[in-house]
Design a protein. Structure first.
Length: 236
């Protein structure tokens, strides 16, 4: 699902940086540079989440958060240079869902956006097991079968496959897969994902040169091929 994020900060370079990382992970992005504009855009466009700086001209972020929370349940992540516990508690007590201090890692911010959206968006309970042609993955048993035979995956390979297979057809960027498989606090290169994807393909693909399941999306990353019919199943 394409989600829309409103980024509010009076520093245009920060807005541009956050926008770049959010768009790279598939989000649509709106921007506002002061409190009054933020309220107007939020009310007209109804974004799925707001990244909100506290120190804003015209109307500060605290007032924006207070006004929005009185009329909306939109998730809000505070983004600010204020880092004391009192500042954090003030924002959270006003109804903010998370708090990120400047300077910040944009990848961490994107991971927090994703986490808040998962936490605040109702989703259907995924099946315990899924089958795609001759490939079966059991999320409960942490097990993968090909033609009924178990396949030995590393924990990282399993997390990558699980991420892709839970949203078949969706293109994931390398940075998003890096966050999902390693956590946003992991310091590593995005090309690390390519190595693990290659190892995963060696274990589950019938033909390595013509992947049936894990497809490359040029310029983006990878997706699980949704052309294979998926269904819930019982793993014996």
């Amino acid at each position: 699902m394409n989600r829309t994020i409103l980024v509010v900060d009076d520093d245009k370079k920060i807005v541009e940086l956050v926008t770049l990382y959010l768009k790279r992970d598939g989000y649509s992005v709106l921007a506002a540079y002061n409190g009054e504009e933020a309220l107007d855009v939020a009310r007209r466009k109804q974004p799925d989440l707001i990244v909100l700086d506290l120190l804003l001209p015209e109307l500060d972020g605290i007032d924006v958060c207070r006004l929005l929370r009185a009329e909306s349940k939109v998730p809000i992540i505070m983004l600010t240079a204020r880092s004391t516990d009192d500042d954090k508690l003030l924002g959270l007590n006003l109804g903010a869902d998370d708090y990120v201090t400047k300077p910040f890692n944009p990848r961490e911010l994107v991971a927090r956006v994703r986490a808040v959206l998962r936490r605040t968006s109702p989703e259907e309970e995924p099946p315990e097991d899924m089958q795609f042609d001759n490939l079966v993955i059991s999320f409960v048993r942490h097990e993968v079968l090909i033609d009924g035979r178990p396949v030995s995956l590393t924990p990282t390979e399993f997390r990558l496959l699980e991420t892709l297979i839970r949203e078949p057809g969706r293109a994931f960027s390398r940075s998003e897969l890096l966050d999902r498989a390693f956590g946003y606090d992991y310091v590593g290169m995005e090309r690390t994902v390519d190595v693990h994807i290659m190892n995963l393909r060696r274990k589950i693909e019938p033909e390595l040169g013509r992947p049936r399941y894990v497809a490359t999306v040029p310029g983006v990353g990878y997706r699980f091929d949704s052309r294979s019919a998926a269904r819930g199943c019982d793993v014996a």
